[in-house]
Design a binder for this molecule. Structure first.
Ligand SMILES: NC(=O)c1ccc[n+]([C@@H]2O[C@H](COP(=O)([O-])OP(=O)(O)OC[C@H]3O[C@@H](n4cnc5c(N)ncnc54)[C@H](OP(=O)(O)O)[C@@H]3O)[C@@H](O)[C@H]2O)c1
Length: 98
């Protein structure tokens, strides 16, 4: 993964954070994306490798375009997109309200 440019959407969640923490130490360049800026900054501070934070709501196409352009400006390429964004609901099936 050395120098691979990886956009990690949902980087501050359970799956995204676990993947991010694995990929940065082996030389990948991570673009950290999620909506909450504070959580993004906290994660970025923890990481010692090359990272770029781009607050993004992936339901908004203009923000997705900004994410892509920011990545290309930063590194000139996109090798991998991980979409780990979503909502985890840890409840019994019968108690879930939709
Ligand atoms: N954990 C599991 O065992 C498991 C198993 C199967 C499937 N999944 C699915 O995999 C996905 C991730 O799971 P998880 O456990 O890592 O979830 P999580 O801990 O709730 O994290 C979700 C991540 O997605 C981000 N996010 C949510 N909506 C977003 C949006 N509109 N735009 C950009 N980022 C957004 C959140 O940050 P912000 O809120 O700051 O945007 C957060 O970083 C979920 O859809 C879940 O249902 C999880």
């Amino acid at each position: 993964m050395q120098d691979k440019v990886i956009i990690m959407v949902g980087t501050t969640g359970g799956i995204g954070t676990a993947l991010t923490r694995q990929l940065v130490p082996i030389g990948a360049k991570l673009v950290l994306a999620a909506r909450n800026k504070v959580n993004l900054a906290t994660l970025a501070e923890e990481l010692s490798g090359e990272v770029l934070t781009v607050p993004t709501d992936i339901t908004q196409s203009d923000q997705v375009n900004t994410l892509i352009q920011a990545t290309l400006t930063w590194c000139g390429q996109i090798d991998v997109l991980v979409n780990a964004a979503g909502i985890s609901i840890l409840k019994l099936y019968n108690s879930i309200e939709l």
